[in-house]
Design a protein around this ligand. Structure first.
Ligand code: GTP
Ligand code: ZN
Length: 218
């Protein structure tokens, strides 16, 4: 992958005055010559080279991030990460555009519709012909390399993110919990992440079997 920095600007927010860096990653084509491009944002605060910074790799979730959907925990996780980085005075939030665990927004809506008919998040993806999780973390890892970050404190409950960062040679010296309180609308979704996707969580209220129907309360 070839990484290109697009621009660096100031981004004052309610939490802190971040530096916002845009990046484009160009994946070289295979023998067919079909390459593709993806983009990501890095919100950077403070001196990230003084000690291993807090890093959050956040996957785009339009429904949660923009519209504050209660079906998932994304909105609260995004705010938690920005707040913790502001409190630490230093850190990096990487916002990558693999919406819907990589299937895209329209396919995620199709998956939501299937969930309203009783499937869980994994079953819905599979029914649509997708893997349970299509994401890879090459672009965020390349950005960390570009920023010359050898070791980090990673905020996540997803073991795959920890493994992807470590496999790329960036040391994860600490995992910070990404737990946020759920809602009645997200309980089932969170239980499936814990029990079927191996996500780590200190909040373990209900088991998947406890639910007689998906997380949708009409
Ligand atoms: N396909 C699909 N994607 C979903 C669904 N609900 C949320 N997402 C997407 O899931 C992504 C967030 O991933 P999560 O599995 O919630 O959490 P994570 O990023 O893997 O793990 P953490 O670092 O602990 O937050 C975002 O891209 C959301 O758009 C769903 O029901 N189906
Ligand atoms: Zn979400």
């Amino acid at each position: 992958m070839t990484l290109r920095q697009i621009a660096e600007v100031s981004l004052p927010t309610r939490w802190a005055n971040f530096r916002l860096l845009g990046f484009e990653g160009v994946h070289q084509g295979s023998e067919t010559g079909n390459g593709y491009q993806e983009s990501a944002l890095a919100l950077v605060l403070g001196d990230i080279h003084n000690s291993p910074p807090v890093v959050r790799i956040h996957s785009q979730c339009t429904t949660g991030d923009v519209f504050h959907s209660l079906r998932c925990d994304c909105h609260d996780q995004l705010h938690l990460a920005l707040r913790v980085i502001a409190e630490e005075g230093t850190g990096i939030l990487l916002y990558e555009h693999q919406e819907g665990r990589g299937i895209g927004l329209m396919e995620k809506l199709r998956a939501y519709a299937l969930q309203e008919r009783g499937l869980d998040t994994i079953e819905a993806n599979l029914q649509l012909g997708h893997a349970a999780d299509l994401r890879d973390y090459r672009l965020p890892v390349e950005i960390l390399r570009f920023l010359k970050i050898p070791s980090i404190r990673l905020m996540t409950n997803n073991p795959e993110k920890i493994d992807a960062v470590a496999a790329a040679g960036i040391e994860v010296i600490e995992r910070l919990s990404a737990d946020v309180p759920g809602s009645p609308y997200s309980e089932y979704y969170l239980a499936v992440k814990r029990e079927k996707m191996g996500h780590i969580s200190d909040l373990a209220p209900n088991k998947v079997e406890h639910f007689t129907r998906p997380d949708l309360i009409r």
